[in-house]
Ligand binder design. Structure first.
Ligand code: M6R
Length: 611
Protein backbone atom coordinates (compact mmCIF):
# COMPACT_ATOMS: atom_id res chain seq x y z
CA UNK A 1 0.00 0.00 0.00
CA UNK A 2 1.04 3.61 -0.53
CA UNK A 3 2.55 4.70 -3.80
CA UNK A 4 5.98 6.26 -4.01
CA UNK A 5 7.63 8.17 -6.84
CA UNK A 6 11.01 9.82 -7.19
CA UNK A 7 12.95 11.63 -9.88
CA UNK A 8 16.43 13.08 -10.27
CA UNK A 9 17.72 14.45 -13.57
CA UNK A 10 17.50 17.40 -15.94
CA UNK A 11 13.68 17.52 -16.32
CA UNK A 12 11.16 19.33 -14.15
CA UNK A 13 10.54 16.90 -11.30
CA UNK A 14 7.10 18.03 -10.12
CA UNK A 15 5.04 17.15 -13.24
CA UNK A 16 6.74 13.74 -13.45
CA UNK A 17 6.00 13.07 -9.80
CA UNK A 18 2.37 14.21 -9.96
CA UNK A 19 1.66 12.15 -13.07
CA UNK A 20 3.37 9.16 -11.47
CA UNK A 21 1.36 9.54 -8.27
CA UNK A 22 -1.89 9.58 -10.26
CA UNK A 23 -0.90 6.26 -11.79
CA UNK A 24 -0.09 4.87 -8.38
CA UNK A 25 -3.26 6.12 -6.69
CA UNK A 26 -4.62 2.59 -6.91
CA UNK A 27 -2.21 1.82 -4.07
CA UNK A 28 -3.75 4.34 -1.67
CA UNK A 29 -5.36 7.73 -1.81
CA UNK A 30 -5.92 9.05 1.71
CA UNK A 31 -3.41 11.86 1.33
CA UNK A 32 -0.69 13.08 -1.01
CA UNK A 33 2.60 14.93 -0.77
CA UNK A 34 5.79 15.89 -2.57
CA UNK A 35 9.21 17.12 -1.48
CA UNK A 36 11.26 19.29 -3.85
CA UNK A 37 14.59 21.09 -3.77
CA UNK A 38 13.32 24.52 -4.80
CA UNK A 39 15.30 27.12 -2.90
CA UNK A 40 15.70 24.67 -0.01
CA UNK A 41 14.09 21.35 0.79
CA UNK A 42 10.35 22.02 0.75
CA UNK A 43 7.41 19.74 1.42
CA UNK A 44 3.86 20.19 0.08
CA UNK A 45 1.25 17.78 1.37
CA UNK A 46 -2.45 17.46 1.91
CA UNK A 47 -5.16 15.07 3.00
CA UNK A 48 -7.03 13.71 -0.03
CA UNK A 49 -6.28 12.60 -3.55
CA UNK A 50 -3.48 13.81 -5.80
CA UNK A 51 -5.76 16.32 -7.56
CA UNK A 52 -6.50 18.00 -4.23
CA UNK A 53 -2.81 18.56 -3.54
CA UNK A 54 -2.36 19.95 -7.05
CA UNK A 55 -5.18 22.46 -6.55
CA UNK A 56 -3.82 23.56 -3.20
CA UNK A 57 -0.43 24.58 -4.63
CA UNK A 58 -1.45 26.31 -7.83
CA UNK A 59 0.74 29.38 -8.26
CA UNK A 60 3.57 28.10 -6.04
CA UNK A 61 7.02 27.99 -7.67
CA UNK A 62 7.66 24.27 -7.89
CA UNK A 63 10.71 24.42 -10.12
CA UNK A 64 13.06 21.57 -9.16
CA UNK A 65 15.09 18.84 -10.85
CA UNK A 66 14.71 16.38 -8.03
CA UNK A 67 11.79 15.29 -5.92
CA UNK A 68 9.92 12.53 -4.15
CA UNK A 69 6.16 12.02 -3.91
CA UNK A 70 3.76 9.83 -1.97
CA UNK A 71 0.14 8.75 -2.09
CA UNK A 72 -0.91 7.25 1.22
CA UNK A 73 -2.98 4.38 2.53
CA UNK A 74 -3.06 5.10 6.24
CA UNK A 75 -1.66 2.63 8.74
CA UNK A 76 -0.37 4.71 11.69
CA UNK A 77 -2.46 7.82 12.19
CA UNK A 78 -5.65 8.95 10.52
CA UNK A 79 -5.60 10.50 7.04
CA UNK A 80 -4.76 14.18 7.68
CA UNK A 81 -2.42 16.89 6.46
CA UNK A 82 0.00 16.29 9.31
CA UNK A 83 0.16 12.52 8.83
CA UNK A 84 0.64 12.85 5.07
CA UNK A 85 4.11 12.12 3.67
CA UNK A 86 6.80 13.35 3.03
CA UNK A 87 7.82 13.89 6.63
CA UNK A 88 10.61 16.23 7.57
CA UNK A 89 13.18 15.52 10.24
CA UNK A 90 13.41 17.65 13.37
CA UNK A 91 16.18 19.79 11.84
CA UNK A 92 14.29 20.16 8.56
CA UNK A 93 17.38 18.83 6.73
CA UNK A 94 15.83 15.51 5.65
CA UNK A 95 12.56 14.57 3.96
CA UNK A 96 11.33 11.02 3.68
CA UNK A 97 8.46 8.98 2.23
CA UNK A 98 7.68 5.44 3.29
CA UNK A 99 5.56 2.51 2.19
CA UNK A 100 5.19 -0.22 4.80
CA UNK A 101 5.07 -0.53 8.57
CA UNK A 102 7.87 -0.07 11.09
CA UNK A 103 6.80 -2.60 13.69
CA UNK A 104 9.17 -1.52 16.48
CA UNK A 105 8.44 2.17 15.98
CA UNK A 106 7.12 2.71 19.51
CA UNK A 107 10.36 1.49 21.03
CA UNK A 108 12.39 3.74 18.70
CA UNK A 109 10.04 6.62 19.41
CA UNK A 110 10.57 6.26 23.16
CA UNK A 111 14.33 6.30 22.68
CA UNK A 112 14.00 9.52 20.69
CA UNK A 113 11.61 11.09 23.20
CA UNK A 114 14.18 10.34 25.92
CA UNK A 115 16.66 12.32 23.85
CA UNK A 116 14.31 15.28 23.64
CA UNK A 117 12.59 14.68 20.29
CA UNK A 118 8.96 15.58 19.80
CA UNK A 119 6.76 14.55 16.89
CA UNK A 120 4.32 16.40 14.72
CA UNK A 121 2.54 13.35 13.31
CA UNK A 122 1.27 9.97 14.53
CA UNK A 123 3.25 8.05 11.95
CA UNK A 124 5.92 5.38 12.26
CA UNK A 125 7.61 7.14 9.31
CA UNK A 126 8.43 10.30 11.22
CA UNK A 127 9.96 8.13 13.95
CA UNK A 128 12.21 6.27 11.52
CA UNK A 129 13.24 9.53 9.85
CA UNK A 130 14.30 11.13 13.11
CA UNK A 131 16.00 7.92 14.16
CA UNK A 132 18.07 8.18 10.96
CA UNK A 133 18.80 11.84 11.61
CA UNK A 134 19.88 11.12 15.17
CA UNK A 135 22.33 8.45 13.94
CA UNK A 136 23.66 10.82 11.26
CA UNK A 137 24.22 13.53 13.86
CA UNK A 138 25.75 11.28 16.53
CA UNK A 139 28.04 9.35 14.19
CA UNK A 140 28.82 12.40 12.09
CA UNK A 141 28.34 10.19 9.04
CA UNK A 142 26.75 10.39 5.61
CA UNK A 143 23.01 9.94 5.16
CA UNK A 144 23.68 6.68 3.35
CA UNK A 145 25.61 5.33 6.33
CA UNK A 146 22.97 6.55 8.80
CA UNK A 147 20.22 4.80 6.80
CA UNK A 148 22.22 1.57 6.79
CA UNK A 149 22.80 1.69 10.55
CA UNK A 150 19.16 2.59 11.25
CA UNK A 151 17.71 -0.15 9.09
CA UNK A 152 19.64 -2.78 11.00
CA UNK A 153 17.56 -1.80 14.03
CA UNK A 154 14.23 -1.77 12.22
CA UNK A 155 11.71 -4.59 12.15
CA UNK A 156 8.86 -4.49 9.67
CA UNK A 157 8.51 -3.70 6.02
CA UNK A 158 9.53 -0.62 4.14
CA UNK A 159 10.44 1.17 1.03
CA UNK A 160 11.87 4.54 1.93
CA UNK A 161 13.04 7.42 -0.24
CA UNK A 162 15.03 10.21 1.39
CA UNK A 163 16.25 13.61 0.31
CA UNK A 164 18.88 15.67 2.11
CA UNK A 165 18.92 19.47 1.89
CA UNK A 166 22.72 19.24 2.00
CA UNK A 167 22.98 16.90 -1.01
CA UNK A 168 20.49 18.34 -3.49
CA UNK A 169 20.98 15.91 -6.41
CA UNK A 170 20.66 12.61 -4.55
CA UNK A 171 17.85 10.33 -3.45
CA UNK A 172 18.63 7.52 -1.03
CA UNK A 173 16.27 4.55 -1.28
CA UNK A 174 16.00 1.26 0.55
CA UNK A 175 13.65 -1.68 0.50
CA UNK A 176 12.51 -4.60 2.57
CA UNK A 177 9.21 -6.30 1.88
CA UNK A 178 7.63 -3.54 -0.25
CA UNK A 179 8.24 -3.02 -3.96
CA UNK A 180 10.73 -0.58 -5.48
CA UNK A 181 11.58 -0.14 -9.14
CA UNK A 182 14.28 2.22 -10.43
CA UNK A 183 14.03 3.42 -14.02
CA UNK A 184 17.35 4.10 -15.73
CA UNK A 185 17.32 6.97 -18.23
CA UNK A 186 20.06 8.97 -19.94
CA UNK A 187 21.45 11.18 -17.20
CA UNK A 188 18.33 10.68 -15.10
CA UNK A 189 16.70 8.15 -12.78
CA UNK A 190 13.10 7.46 -11.84
CA UNK A 191 11.82 5.61 -8.79
CA UNK A 192 8.42 4.05 -8.24
CA UNK A 193 6.39 1.44 -6.42
CA UNK A 194 5.90 -0.05 -9.86
CA UNK A 195 7.09 0.88 -13.32
CA UNK A 196 4.00 2.91 -14.32
CA UNK A 197 5.40 6.37 -13.38
CA UNK A 198 8.40 5.92 -15.70
CA UNK A 199 6.91 4.18 -18.72
CA UNK A 200 7.08 7.11 -21.14
CA UNK A 201 10.67 7.95 -20.19
CA UNK A 202 12.47 4.62 -20.07
CA UNK A 203 11.91 0.92 -20.52
CA UNK A 204 15.07 -0.03 -18.61
CA UNK A 205 14.45 -0.83 -14.99
CA UNK A 206 16.09 -2.32 -11.94
CA UNK A 207 13.93 -4.20 -9.42
CA UNK A 208 15.52 -3.50 -6.06
CA UNK A 209 15.67 -6.51 -3.72
CA UNK A 210 15.08 -6.75 0.00
CA UNK A 211 17.89 -5.39 2.19
CA UNK A 212 19.29 -3.33 -0.67
CA UNK A 213 20.02 0.36 -0.55
CA UNK A 214 20.28 2.63 -3.59
CA UNK A 215 22.13 5.90 -3.93
CA UNK A 216 20.45 7.55 -6.88
CA UNK A 217 21.93 10.57 -8.68
CA UNK A 218 21.10 11.86 -12.18
CA UNK A 219 23.97 9.99 -13.83
CA UNK A 220 24.79 7.35 -11.26
CA UNK A 221 22.97 4.47 -9.61
CA UNK A 222 24.84 2.70 -6.82
CA UNK A 223 23.26 -0.37 -5.28
CA UNK A 224 24.56 -1.81 -2.02
CA UNK A 225 23.52 -4.34 0.56
CA UNK A 226 23.17 -3.41 4.20
CA UNK A 227 26.72 -4.66 4.72
CA UNK A 228 27.91 -1.77 2.48
CA UNK A 229 29.00 -4.09 -0.35
CA UNK A 230 28.30 -2.90 -3.88
CA UNK A 231 25.88 -4.93 -6.02
CA UNK A 232 25.78 -4.69 -9.81
CA UNK A 233 22.31 -3.43 -10.78
CA UNK A 234 20.53 -5.97 -12.98
CA UNK A 235 18.80 -3.93 -15.69
CA UNK A 236 15.69 -5.49 -17.24
CA UNK A 237 13.66 -4.36 -20.25
CA UNK A 238 9.97 -3.62 -19.70
CA UNK A 239 7.50 -4.71 -22.33
CA UNK A 240 4.46 -2.69 -21.16
CA UNK A 241 3.14 0.09 -23.38
CA UNK A 242 1.74 3.34 -22.02
CA UNK A 243 -1.72 2.64 -23.48
CA UNK A 244 -2.02 -0.36 -21.18
CA UNK A 245 -2.17 1.89 -18.13
CA UNK A 246 -4.60 4.46 -19.55
CA UNK A 247 -8.41 4.34 -19.58
CA UNK A 248 -8.68 4.07 -23.35
CA UNK A 249 -12.04 5.87 -23.62
CA UNK A 250 -13.78 4.06 -20.75
CA UNK A 251 -15.17 6.01 -17.80
CA UNK A 252 -13.33 3.85 -15.30
CA UNK A 253 -10.44 1.43 -15.23
CA UNK A 254 -12.74 -1.17 -13.72
CA UNK A 255 -15.07 -1.05 -16.73
CA UNK A 256 -12.16 -1.06 -19.15
CA UNK A 257 -10.66 -4.07 -17.41
CA UNK A 258 -13.98 -5.96 -17.38
CA UNK A 259 -14.34 -5.36 -21.11
CA UNK A 260 -10.74 -6.32 -21.79
CA UNK A 261 -11.38 -9.89 -20.69
CA UNK A 262 -11.97 -11.50 -24.09
CA UNK A 263 -8.51 -10.31 -25.00
CA UNK A 264 -6.79 -10.96 -21.68
CA UNK A 265 -8.05 -14.54 -21.48
CA UNK A 266 -7.00 -14.98 -25.10
CA UNK A 267 -3.53 -13.56 -24.32
CA UNK A 268 -3.24 -15.93 -21.42
CA UNK A 269 -4.01 -18.96 -23.59
CA UNK A 270 -2.01 -17.75 -26.57
CA UNK A 271 1.18 -19.70 -27.23
CA UNK A 272 0.26 -22.19 -24.51
CA UNK A 273 -2.91 -23.93 -25.58
CA UNK A 274 -3.01 -25.69 -28.93
CA UNK A 275 -6.31 -27.53 -29.14
CA UNK A 276 -5.65 -28.79 -32.66
CA UNK A 277 -2.42 -30.44 -31.53
CA UNK A 278 -3.84 -31.42 -28.16
CA UNK A 279 -1.00 -29.72 -26.28
CA UNK A 280 -0.49 -27.30 -23.46
CA UNK A 281 2.95 -25.71 -23.28
CA UNK A 282 3.85 -24.03 -20.02
CA UNK A 283 7.56 -23.45 -20.08
CA UNK A 284 7.50 -21.74 -16.69
CA UNK A 285 6.47 -24.92 -14.87
CA UNK A 286 7.93 -27.54 -17.20
CA UNK A 287 10.94 -28.18 -15.00
CA UNK A 288 8.70 -28.96 -12.02
CA UNK A 289 5.92 -30.80 -13.87
CA UNK A 290 6.98 -34.27 -12.61
CA UNK A 291 7.14 -33.06 -9.03
CA UNK A 292 3.72 -31.43 -9.26
CA UNK A 293 2.32 -34.61 -10.73
CA UNK A 294 3.74 -36.65 -7.85
CA UNK A 295 2.89 -34.18 -5.10
CA UNK A 296 0.98 -35.56 -2.14
CA UNK A 297 -0.82 -32.31 -1.86
CA UNK A 298 -1.06 -28.87 -3.37
CA UNK A 299 -1.74 -25.83 -1.21
CA UNK A 300 -3.18 -22.74 -2.87
CA UNK A 301 -2.16 -19.63 -0.91
CA UNK A 302 -3.73 -16.27 -1.70
CA UNK A 303 -5.89 -13.39 -0.50
CA UNK A 304 -9.16 -11.82 -1.64
CA UNK A 305 -10.15 -12.42 -5.24
CA UNK A 306 -7.03 -14.50 -5.83
CA UNK A 307 -8.14 -16.76 -2.97
CA UNK A 308 -11.45 -17.25 -4.77
CA UNK A 309 -9.52 -18.29 -7.89
CA UNK A 310 -7.68 -20.75 -5.65
CA UNK A 311 -11.00 -22.23 -4.51
CA UNK A 312 -12.12 -22.80 -8.09
CA UNK A 313 -8.70 -24.34 -8.80
CA UNK A 314 -9.10 -26.70 -5.84
CA UNK A 315 -12.15 -28.22 -7.51
CA UNK A 316 -10.41 -28.37 -10.89
CA UNK A 317 -7.17 -29.97 -9.64
CA UNK A 318 -9.00 -32.52 -7.53
CA UNK A 319 -11.20 -33.44 -10.46
CA UNK A 320 -8.56 -33.51 -13.18
CA UNK A 321 -5.39 -34.48 -11.29
CA UNK A 322 -6.73 -36.44 -8.33
CA UNK A 323 -4.35 -34.59 -6.02
CA UNK A 324 -5.39 -33.47 -2.57
CA UNK A 325 -5.72 -29.67 -2.62
CA UNK A 326 -6.04 -27.20 0.25
CA UNK A 327 -6.82 -23.52 -0.16
CA UNK A 328 -5.40 -21.20 2.46
CA UNK A 329 -5.80 -17.55 3.30
CA UNK A 330 -2.18 -16.42 3.23
CA UNK A 331 -2.75 -14.30 6.33
CA UNK A 332 -3.75 -17.38 8.36
CA UNK A 333 -1.34 -19.82 6.80
CA UNK A 334 1.71 -17.72 7.56
CA UNK A 335 0.95 -17.21 11.24
CA UNK A 336 -0.02 -20.75 12.16
CA UNK A 337 2.42 -23.59 12.24
CA UNK A 338 1.23 -25.46 9.15
CA UNK A 339 2.57 -28.91 8.41
CA UNK A 340 4.71 -28.57 5.32
CA UNK A 341 6.43 -31.64 4.00
CA UNK A 342 9.31 -31.64 1.59
CA UNK A 343 7.87 -31.89 -1.89
CA UNK A 344 4.56 -30.21 -1.05
CA UNK A 345 3.61 -27.88 -3.84
CA UNK A 346 2.44 -24.40 -2.87
CA UNK A 347 0.72 -22.35 -5.55
CA UNK A 348 0.80 -18.66 -4.70
CA UNK A 349 -1.88 -16.76 -6.60
CA UNK A 350 -1.56 -13.00 -6.76
CA UNK A 351 -2.38 -10.26 -9.22
CA UNK A 352 0.14 -7.78 -7.85
CA UNK A 353 2.75 -10.30 -6.79
CA UNK A 354 3.37 -8.02 -3.81
CA UNK A 355 0.69 -8.97 -1.27
CA UNK A 356 2.65 -9.08 1.99
CA UNK A 357 0.86 -12.04 3.56
CA UNK A 358 1.16 -14.18 0.44
CA UNK A 359 4.80 -13.27 0.08
CA UNK A 360 5.74 -14.19 3.64
CA UNK A 361 3.61 -17.35 3.54
CA UNK A 362 5.56 -18.66 0.57
CA UNK A 363 8.90 -17.57 2.01
CA UNK A 364 8.14 -19.69 5.09
CA UNK A 365 6.97 -22.63 3.00
CA UNK A 366 10.05 -22.39 0.77
CA UNK A 367 12.31 -22.50 3.82
CA UNK A 368 10.51 -25.70 4.85
CA UNK A 369 11.25 -27.43 1.56
CA UNK A 370 8.04 -26.82 -0.40
CA UNK A 371 8.08 -26.19 -4.12
CA UNK A 372 6.64 -22.76 -4.83
CA UNK A 373 4.77 -22.00 -8.01
CA UNK A 374 3.64 -18.43 -8.64
CA UNK A 375 0.54 -17.60 -10.62
CA UNK A 376 1.16 -13.89 -10.84
CA UNK A 377 0.15 -11.01 -13.08
CA UNK A 378 2.83 -8.39 -12.49
CA UNK A 379 6.02 -9.41 -14.23
CA UNK A 380 9.11 -9.16 -12.04
CA UNK A 381 7.09 -8.75 -8.82
CA UNK A 382 8.35 -10.13 -5.52
CA UNK A 383 6.18 -13.28 -5.53
CA UNK A 384 7.20 -14.04 -9.11
CA UNK A 385 10.84 -13.69 -8.18
CA UNK A 386 10.74 -15.75 -5.02
CA UNK A 387 8.84 -18.65 -6.63
CA UNK A 388 10.77 -21.64 -7.94
CA UNK A 389 8.65 -21.61 -11.09
CA UNK A 390 5.30 -20.38 -12.28
CA UNK A 391 3.16 -18.92 -14.99
CA UNK A 392 2.32 -15.29 -15.60
CA UNK A 393 -1.33 -14.50 -16.22
CA UNK A 394 -0.57 -11.90 -18.91
CA UNK A 395 -3.67 -9.83 -18.12
CA UNK A 396 -1.75 -6.54 -18.42
CA UNK A 397 -1.75 -3.85 -15.74
CA UNK A 398 -4.87 -4.02 -13.55
CA UNK A 399 -5.45 -0.58 -12.10
CA UNK A 400 -9.05 -0.64 -10.82
CA UNK A 401 -8.87 -1.54 -7.14
CA UNK A 402 -11.44 -4.27 -7.66
CA UNK A 403 -9.79 -7.22 -9.30
CA UNK A 404 -11.60 -8.40 -12.44
CA UNK A 405 -9.51 -9.41 -15.43
CA UNK A 406 -6.84 -10.84 -13.13
CA UNK A 407 -9.38 -13.35 -11.80
CA UNK A 408 -10.38 -14.77 -15.19
CA UNK A 409 -6.73 -14.91 -16.25
CA UNK A 410 -5.83 -16.74 -13.03
CA UNK A 411 -8.56 -19.27 -13.76
CA UNK A 412 -7.29 -19.74 -17.31
CA UNK A 413 -3.72 -20.37 -16.11
CA UNK A 414 -4.74 -22.67 -13.27
CA UNK A 415 -6.99 -24.66 -15.60
CA UNK A 416 -4.15 -25.11 -18.07
CA UNK A 417 -1.78 -26.28 -15.34
CA UNK A 418 -4.37 -28.78 -14.08
CA UNK A 419 -5.05 -30.03 -17.60
CA UNK A 420 -1.35 -30.46 -18.27
CA UNK A 421 -0.62 -32.27 -15.02
CA UNK A 422 -3.78 -34.40 -15.19
CA UNK A 423 -2.99 -35.45 -18.72
CA UNK A 424 0.60 -36.36 -17.82
CA UNK A 425 -0.65 -38.29 -14.82
CA UNK A 426 -3.30 -40.09 -16.81
CA UNK A 427 -6.14 -38.93 -14.58
CA UNK A 428 -8.00 -37.25 -17.47
CA UNK A 429 -9.34 -39.51 -20.17
CA UNK A 430 -8.11 -38.48 -23.64
CA UNK A 431 -11.59 -37.65 -24.87
CA UNK A 432 -12.35 -35.37 -21.91
CA UNK A 433 -8.94 -33.75 -22.22
CA UNK A 434 -9.54 -32.89 -25.88
CA UNK A 435 -13.06 -31.67 -25.14
CA UNK A 436 -11.79 -29.33 -22.41
CA UNK A 437 -8.97 -28.03 -24.59
CA UNK A 438 -11.41 -27.21 -27.37
CA UNK A 439 -13.85 -25.56 -25.00
CA UNK A 440 -11.12 -23.59 -23.26
CA UNK A 441 -10.10 -22.19 -26.60
CA UNK A 442 -13.64 -20.87 -27.09
CA UNK A 443 -13.79 -19.06 -23.75
CA UNK A 444 -12.58 -15.63 -25.00
CA UNK A 445 -15.42 -15.60 -27.53
CA UNK A 446 -17.94 -16.62 -24.89
CA UNK A 447 -16.69 -13.89 -22.57
CA UNK A 448 -17.28 -11.41 -25.41
CA UNK A 449 -20.83 -12.78 -25.87
CA UNK A 450 -21.54 -12.34 -22.15
CA UNK A 451 -20.31 -8.74 -22.21
CA UNK A 452 -22.77 -7.89 -24.98
CA UNK A 453 -25.54 -8.14 -22.38
CA UNK A 454 -24.13 -5.40 -20.17
CA UNK A 455 -27.14 -3.12 -20.71
CA UNK A 456 -29.48 -5.62 -19.05
CA UNK A 457 -27.17 -5.72 -16.06
CA UNK A 458 -27.00 -1.94 -15.90
CA UNK A 459 -30.80 -1.87 -15.66
CA UNK A 460 -30.71 -4.50 -12.90
CA UNK A 461 -28.24 -2.41 -10.95
CA UNK A 462 -30.64 0.55 -11.08
CA UNK A 463 -33.48 -1.67 -9.91
CA UNK A 464 -31.69 -3.16 -6.89
CA UNK A 465 -29.26 -0.39 -5.92
CA UNK A 466 -31.18 0.58 -2.79
CA UNK A 467 -31.10 -2.88 -1.22
CA UNK A 468 -29.20 -3.00 2.07
CA UNK A 469 -28.03 -6.59 1.77
CA UNK A 470 -27.49 -9.17 -0.94
CA UNK A 471 -27.02 -12.92 -0.73
CA UNK A 472 -24.98 -14.71 -3.42
CA UNK A 473 -25.44 -18.46 -3.77
CA UNK A 474 -23.75 -21.08 -5.93
CA UNK A 475 -22.87 -24.74 -5.92
CA UNK A 476 -19.77 -26.63 -7.07
CA UNK A 477 -17.50 -24.62 -9.34
CA UNK A 478 -19.90 -21.70 -9.05
CA UNK A 479 -19.73 -21.48 -5.26
CA UNK A 480 -16.42 -19.52 -5.30
CA UNK A 481 -17.97 -17.32 -8.00
CA UNK A 482 -20.78 -16.49 -5.56
CA UNK A 483 -18.13 -15.46 -3.02
CA UNK A 484 -16.40 -13.35 -5.64
CA UNK A 485 -19.66 -11.68 -6.72
CA UNK A 486 -20.40 -10.74 -3.11
CA UNK A 487 -16.89 -9.37 -2.58
CA UNK A 488 -17.14 -7.24 -5.73
CA UNK A 489 -20.47 -5.75 -4.70
CA UNK A 490 -19.25 -4.97 -1.17
CA UNK A 491 -16.08 -3.23 -2.22
CA UNK A 492 -17.53 -1.20 -5.08
CA UNK A 493 -21.02 -0.24 -3.87
CA UNK A 494 -20.63 -0.59 -0.06
CA UNK A 495 -23.73 -2.80 0.03
CA UNK A 496 -23.41 -5.65 2.48
CA UNK A 497 -23.27 -8.94 0.58
CA UNK A 498 -22.57 -12.52 1.59
CA UNK A 499 -21.59 -15.43 -0.56
CA UNK A 500 -22.63 -18.92 0.47
CA UNK A 501 -22.81 -22.44 -0.90
CA UNK A 502 -26.44 -22.63 -2.03
CA UNK A 503 -27.16 -25.75 0.02
CA UNK A 504 -25.64 -24.26 3.15
CA UNK A 505 -28.16 -21.43 3.02
CA UNK A 506 -30.67 -23.57 4.91
CA UNK A 507 -28.28 -23.75 7.85
CA UNK A 508 -28.62 -20.11 8.78
CA UNK A 509 -28.68 -17.37 6.12
CA UNK A 510 -32.22 -18.30 5.07
CA UNK A 511 -33.32 -16.43 8.20
CA UNK A 512 -32.37 -13.22 6.37
CA UNK A 513 -34.74 -13.82 3.48
CA UNK A 514 -37.73 -11.53 3.10
CA UNK A 515 -39.21 -9.45 0.30
CA UNK A 516 -36.37 -6.93 0.60
CA UNK A 517 -33.51 -9.36 0.08
CA UNK A 518 -32.13 -9.83 -3.44
CA UNK A 519 -30.58 -13.28 -3.75
CA UNK A 520 -28.18 -13.76 -6.65
CA UNK A 521 -27.96 -17.37 -7.81
CA UNK A 522 -25.10 -18.56 -9.96
CA UNK A 523 -27.09 -21.36 -11.52
CA UNK A 524 -25.72 -22.48 -14.87
CA UNK A 525 -26.55 -25.85 -16.41
CA UNK A 526 -24.33 -28.30 -14.56
CA UNK A 527 -24.77 -31.47 -12.50
CA UNK A 528 -26.19 -29.45 -9.57
CA UNK A 529 -28.75 -27.65 -11.65
CA UNK A 530 -31.84 -29.35 -10.27
CA UNK A 531 -30.63 -28.91 -6.71
CA UNK A 532 -30.01 -25.20 -7.15
CA UNK A 533 -33.46 -24.76 -8.67
CA UNK A 534 -34.89 -26.21 -5.46
CA UNK A 535 -32.87 -23.59 -3.58
CA UNK A 536 -34.45 -20.92 -5.78
CA UNK A 537 -37.88 -22.27 -4.88
CA UNK A 538 -36.98 -22.00 -1.21
CA UNK A 539 -36.10 -18.33 -1.62
CA UNK A 540 -39.21 -17.60 -3.66
CA UNK A 541 -41.39 -19.29 -1.05
CA UNK A 542 -40.08 -16.73 1.43
CA UNK A 543 -40.68 -13.81 -0.94
CA UNK A 544 -36.96 -13.12 -1.59
CA UNK A 545 -36.05 -11.62 -4.96
CA UNK A 546 -34.27 -14.12 -7.20
CA UNK A 547 -31.68 -12.77 -9.64
CA UNK A 548 -29.93 -15.54 -11.52
CA UNK A 549 -26.91 -16.02 -13.69
CA UNK A 550 -28.18 -18.76 -15.98
CA UNK A 551 -27.24 -20.54 -19.18
CA UNK A 552 -28.74 -19.01 -22.31
CA UNK A 553 -31.93 -20.90 -23.19
CA UNK A 554 -32.55 -22.29 -19.69
CA UNK A 555 -36.27 -21.51 -19.50
CA UNK A 556 -36.83 -23.39 -16.25
CA UNK A 557 -34.40 -21.30 -14.22
CA UNK A 558 -35.66 -18.17 -15.96
CA UNK A 559 -39.22 -18.91 -14.90
CA UNK A 560 -38.13 -19.17 -11.26
CA UNK A 561 -36.20 -15.90 -11.36
CA UNK A 562 -37.32 -12.31 -11.03
CA UNK A 563 -34.40 -11.27 -13.20
CA UNK A 564 -31.74 -13.10 -15.17
CA UNK A 565 -28.23 -12.50 -16.47
CA UNK A 566 -27.21 -14.79 -19.32
CA UNK A 567 -24.02 -16.68 -20.09
CA UNK A 568 -23.39 -19.12 -22.95
CA UNK A 569 -23.26 -22.84 -22.34
CA UNK A 570 -19.91 -24.12 -21.06
CA UNK A 571 -18.42 -27.10 -19.28
CA UNK A 572 -18.83 -26.71 -15.52
CA UNK A 573 -15.04 -26.57 -15.04
CA UNK A 574 -14.78 -23.56 -17.33
CA UNK A 575 -18.06 -21.88 -16.37
CA UNK A 576 -16.58 -19.63 -13.63
CA UNK A 577 -14.68 -17.65 -16.29
CA UNK A 578 -18.11 -16.72 -17.69
CA UNK A 579 -20.40 -16.58 -14.66
CA UNK A 580 -18.19 -14.07 -12.88
CA UNK A 581 -18.57 -11.53 -15.72
CA UNK A 582 -22.21 -10.51 -15.03
CA UNK A 583 -21.37 -10.26 -11.33
CA UNK A 584 -18.44 -7.93 -12.03
CA UNK A 585 -20.77 -5.78 -14.15
CA UNK A 586 -23.51 -5.85 -11.51
CA UNK A 587 -21.05 -4.56 -8.91
CA UNK A 588 -19.69 -1.92 -11.27
CA UNK A 589 -23.08 -0.55 -12.32
CA UNK A 590 -24.46 -0.66 -8.76
CA UNK A 591 -21.46 1.31 -7.50
CA UNK A 592 -21.94 3.76 -10.35
CA UNK A 593 -25.67 4.12 -9.68
CA UNK A 594 -24.90 4.87 -6.04
CA UNK A 595 -22.34 7.51 -6.96
CA UNK A 596 -19.38 5.59 -5.54
CA UNK A 597 -15.81 6.09 -6.72
CA UNK A 598 -15.58 2.66 -8.35
CA UNK A 599 -11.89 2.82 -9.19
CA UNK A 600 -10.92 3.99 -5.74
CA UNK A 601 -13.38 2.55 -3.22
CA UNK A 602 -13.10 3.93 0.28
CA UNK A 603 -10.57 2.40 2.69
CA UNK A 604 -9.16 0.04 0.09
CA UNK A 605 -5.89 -0.12 -1.79
CA UNK A 606 -4.96 -2.22 -4.75
CA UNK A 607 -1.87 -3.80 -3.38
CA UNK A 608 -1.91 -4.82 0.27
CA UNK A 609 1.73 -4.73 1.24
CA UNK A 610 1.08 -4.46 4.97
CA UNK A 611 0.23 -7.40 7.17
O1 M6R B 1 -2.58 -8.71 -5.68
P1 M6R B 1 -3.30 -9.85 -5.04
O2 M6R B 1 -4.02 -10.71 -6.01
O3 M6R B 1 -2.38 -10.67 -4.16
O4 M6R B 1 -4.36 -9.17 -4.11
C1 M6R B 1 -5.20 -9.92 -3.28
C2 M6R B 1 -6.32 -9.09 -2.74
O5 M6R B 1 -5.83 -8.01 -2.03
C3 M6R B 1 -7.25 -8.57 -3.86
O6 M6R B 1 -7.76 -9.61 -4.63
C4 M6R B 1 -8.42 -7.79 -3.23
O7 M6R B 1 -9.25 -8.64 -2.51
C5 M6R B 1 -9.19 -7.04 -4.31
N1 M6R B 1 -9.58 -5.75 -3.82
C6 M6R B 1 -10.42 -7.74 -4.74
O8 M6R B 1 -11.13 -7.05 -5.70
Amino acid sequence: MCGIVGYTGPREAYPIIIKGLKRLEYRGYDSTGVALQNGGLNVYKKKGKVAELEESIVGVNLHSHIGIGHTRWATHGEPSDRNAHPHQSASGQLAMIHNGIIENYSQLKQELINKGYSFSSDTDTEVLLNFIEEIKKNNNCSLEEAVRVALKRVTGAYVILLMDAGDPGTIIAARKGSPLVIGVGKGEHFLGSDASPMLEYTKEVVYVNDYELAIVKPDELILKNLGNEKITPYIQKLDIELAAIEKGGYDHFMLKEIFEQPRTVYDCLRGRLDAAEGTITMSGIQQYAEQIMNANRIVMVACGTSWHAGLVAEYIFEELCRINVEVEYASEFRYRNPVINKGDVIIAISQSGETADTLVAIENAKNNGAIILGVVNVVGSSIARISHAGAYTHAGPEIGVASTKAFTAQLAVLTMIALKIGYMKGTIPQKRYMQLLNELQEIPEKVAWTLKHSDTIKALAEKYKDAHDFLYLGRGYNFPVALEGALKLKEISYIHAEGYPAAEMKHGPIALVDENLPVVFVATKDPYHEKIMSNMQEIKARKGKVISVITEGDETSASLSDDVMLVPEADEILAPMLTVIPLQLLAYYTGLAKGCDVDKPRNLAKSVTVE
